[in-house]
Design a protein around this ligand. Structure first.
Ligand SMILES: Nc1ncnc2c1ncn2[C@@H]1O[C@H](COP(=O)(O)OP(=O)(O)OP(=O)(O)O)[C@@H](O)[C@H]1O
Ligand SMILES: [Mg+2]
Length: 471
């Protein structure tokens, strides 16, 4: 029998969780007081601890830390009545094995418990002891869809490791926000966060900007050359964020590679090695794989960067987040402009959820800002949003055509192969096939003969695909 301790302030909630764990495998015990549970840990250790994020005095993150101090290998799962990016990031940073949002409970607990207890479960991370969380500086990353919760978890897991991180995603999906979260959750948080936009300047000036220059006047005069600090040195003991790294020249890429490999670089025009203690985070909205094929991105740098790679999904693929994001931006804009806005009308939310947002969260943020400025009634309505005022027929056609589908397939492919997944064809084609079947059945009011004809497949094939979908 595996001993599982559940810490939760609501016994009702704890009992629900308990019910998810088969009693012939798990011997469960419920605690309502964190200090009592921690004291009991000094007497005996269970195999798994489950803590609800909402507990107070001590807070869940403090419990995770205290448990890890007693036994670093004991796996802890944090459950969250109310999912939050801060909760997910901090729990994982303190060493939690997993973070389970309410939507995945209670069922998801059994899976997570099985994984946590299957051998090396508790060893997945050995993240060092954290200082006080610098949450004030950490811009909140709003998002409750499973994809976003995974991102919050990953940030918490890798922040303190100091490894390079590659963040991919369309423009405006929050890549810089994630880069900052990585910085403020790492032990470099006391150091600088220096963001460099590689596409904003010419490749030559980027090189100087980053690596400094030997000032010309002195260079010729025989006096020892003075040098101007580059941004790499400014980022010493901090984080260096390369935005649009795809725009970086091959020469600059070589110097960045040497920072990653040797912790030093050669200043342009000299042979002198300069030491660089920086954590590198890079972002791109283009496919580095295609750039490597063209020969404009170094393969070795790509593999160095993508040790940890993170993909931010486009906003139109996480529509459930739109209402939360819009509310978040509304409150911020209203406070800034000192306007009293009570909310967003359901009709406006519905339209916001349908609009394709080609520029993603950035575009939504600006739209909400505009709407708050424009609004006269205290509740945001569709007419307040410029993007929604134009007729639907003039909306940009993102995410609606087969060309976008091809791009999505490519991205999905790269993500999966990047994660080491194999045998991927089936799961990708299944998505397309299932969607076609669903659409055709809807169009034909469930009539299978007509749906099969519409799709140009046999009725047997249709049935087979429907059966697969049910599985
Ligand atoms: N999940 C989120 N929660 C709250 N704000 C967000 C979120 N994602 C993005 N934003 C906001 O949207 C704006 C764009 O985000 P950010 O600059 O991080 O995107 P980006 O991917 O770096 O964009 P670009 O590719 O254009 O450089 C910022 O103001 C950021 O604060
Ligand atoms: Mg950016």
């Amino acid at each position: 029998m595996k001993q599982v301790w559940i810490l939760d302030r609501s016994s009702e909630h704890a009992n629900e969780l308990l019910a998810a764990l088969p009693s012939h495998i798990y011997d469960t015990k419920i605690w309502s007081d964190g200090d009592d549970m921690l004291a009991a840990l000094d007497e005996s250790l269970p195999d798994l601890v489950v803590v609800e994020q909402a507990i107070e005095k001590p807070r869940a993150t403090a419990v995770v830390r205290a448990v890890k101090e007693r036994d670093r290998r004991l796996p802890i799962i944090v459950t969250a009545e109310q999912t939050s990016s801060k909760g997910a990031i901090e729990s994982m940073r303190e060493g939690a094995y997993d973070y389970l949002p309410r939507e995945t409970l209670p069922g998801g607990l059994e899976d997570a418990a099985r994984r946590a207890l299957s051998g090396d479960g508790g060893l997945i991370q050995t993240i060092g002891s954290p200082g006080p969380g610098d949450v004030e500086e950490l811009g909140a990353i709003v998002g409750r869809t499973p994809e976003m919760v995974e991102i919050h978890k990953l940030i918490g897991q890798v922040a303190e490791t100091g490894v390079a991180v590659l963040i991919q995603g369309e423009p405006g999906t929050g890549k810089e926000l994630v880069a900052r979260a990585l910085h403020y959750n790492s032990d470099r948080r006391g150091g600088p966060f220096i963001a460099v936009n590689c596409s904003a300047v010419t490749p030559e000036s980027l090189d100087l900007d980053l690596f400094g220059a030997v000032t010309g006047a002195d260079a010729g005069s025989g006096a020892s050359p003075a040098s101007e600090l580059g941004r790499v040195e400014m980022a010493d003991e901090g984080t260096l964020f390369f935005d649009d790294i795809d725009a970086m020249s091959l020469e600059t890429q070589a110097r960045v590679l040497s920072i990653l490999e040797e912790g030093s670089f050669e200043r342009p025009g000299t042979r002198k090695k300069v030491r660089a203690d920086v954590r590198v985070v890079a972002a791109t909205s283009r496919s580095l794989v295609s750039l490597m094929k063209e020969g404009s991105f170094r393969v070795d740098l790509f593999y160095r960067l993508k040790v940890v790679s993170l993909f931010l999904p486009p906003l139109r693929d996480r529509r459930e987040d739109i209402a939360y994001l819009a509310g978040h931006f509304m409150r911020r804009a209203a406070a800034k402009m000192r306007r009293e806005i009570d909310g967003i009308s359901p009709a406006a939310i519905e339209l916001l959820q349908e609009y394709p947002w080609p520029w993603n969260v950035r575009e939504l943020e600006q739209s909400v800002h505009g709407a708050v400025a424009f609004n006269r009634t205290g509740v945001l309505v569709p007419e307040d949003f410029e993007v929604l005022r134009v007729g639907r027929e003039s909306w940009p056609a993102t995410g609606g055509t087969c060309r976008d589908l091809a791009a999505a397939v490519r991205t999905d492919f790269e993500q999966r192969t990047g994660a080491g997944e194999e045998a991927i064809a089936r799961s990708i084609t299944a998505v397309v096939e299932e969607e076609l079947v669903r659409a055709a059945l809807e169009e034909c009011d469930g009539n299978q003969v007509r749906a099969a004809k519409l799709l140009g497949i046999s009725r047997n094939t249709l049935r087979k695909r429907m059966a697969e979908e049910d599985r």
